[in-house]
Design a protein around this ligand. Sequence first.
Ligand SMILES: Cc1ncc(COP(=O)(O)O)c(C=O)c1O
Length: 458
Amino acid sequence: MSVPPLPTTGPGVTHGSGGEVARPARRDTRLDPYVDRYAARTHGMTASAIRALFSVANRPEVVSLAGGMPNIADLPLDVVGSTLADLVAQQGMRAMQYGSGQGEPMIREAICEVMRLEGVQAHPDDVTVTVGSQQALDLVTRIFCDPGDVVLCEAPSYVGALGVFRAFQCDVAHVAMDEQGLDPQALREAVTALRAAGRTVKFLYTIPNFHNPAGVTQSLERRTEILRVAEEADLLVVEDNPYGLLGFEGEPTPAIRSLDQDRVVYLGSFSKTFAPGFRVGWVLAPHAVREKLVLAQESATLCPPVFSQFAIAAYLANHDWRGQIKVFREMYRERRDALLAGLADHMPAGMSWTVPTGGFFVWATLPPGLDSHAMLPRAVTARVAYVPGTAFYADGFGSRYMRLSYCFPTPERLVEGTRRLGEVLQHEADMLATFGPALEGGSDRSLRPYEAPGANQA
Ligand SMILES: Cc1ncc(COP(=O)(O)O)c(C=O)c1O
């Protein structure tokens, strides 16, 4: 094994004329000379398809249906600005100090009030504040999972969660879903098959509302049935719910956590209902789990950012945040309608898609034989971007799907995006009809939307 150069003085290190230490001379032609030193857990850490796309998809001439960035243009910046100024003037010394590893009491109380909107009755003692719900995912996986443990996820699932599970060297087993979300019978079969194969299943990770990326929502009956299976199988449920308050129709469906306090670890976030830049999310967990979470949080960050917690607490106290969420909902609904209208007008025959009742995403299924991953460079050349379905599977499947986000572009741009996408898809379909399927890529793998439980670990 070759030893990569270290950035220190000694042989192989040159010094610049001004006395500053210059870069070590290269002894190695590999792109990353440290490649032999990384821990095994980093091998699964690769840039997501979404990240790689951002640089091109963000160009103004491209209509990006790819990113899932919340559209915060409707936030009243004057109100936020004066709230922050008052915060610094009145409580700056506390807000800029270290705080509690569990999070500040006043934000934990406010979080309980937010969760009540989805039927969750919780005590602030059971809430741990995190750096976005992304860190909540990290902490939960950190305290529960050993390398080789299995996490059950919907097929498809949130790309950021798959990245965390991979980073902790877990295997992901995908469980089928339909237009009502996760299929309880498939869940039952998956747990049974995995345990029969001697695997340790640590928890079910599920996104019940306005699923990222599938755009579907579990009905109340589904939630009850999923809990029944979890009880039968003594399975912990991790409920990830960043979009629950962004529904377009009626009242929110009660959270899974509202139906069971002991078996469910609930993750929430202010990223979509206020602003992601504050990076405040949370975990609501059974009491014993909460203690471990706080220890994990302390070792990760000492404490979550105190200033952000004060800022959000002040915003919630001084602003009509429920009214603001309503404004967001209407804005996203208008965009959803524009995307759906554009799809109806411009998609070729054989294409289908989900109709979300909230959140940010539509999940589209391509006509047989088309491959969203292979097609992406042609789409970007035609100035439209999406995320290929493969990003949302731990096992390389999903190339017959794509995620289309409607949260950010204007309604006019969304319609134009579907027009461009429709042209690209039609061209691909014509090529397929003329020349047949490509020799490699897509084909059989892409045609299998869901693999048998237990057979598709990463
Ligand atoms: C399903 C899901 N979970 C978690 C997150 C992480 O959000 P944040 O860390 O901003 O709270 C996202 C972000 O898009 C998401 O879609």
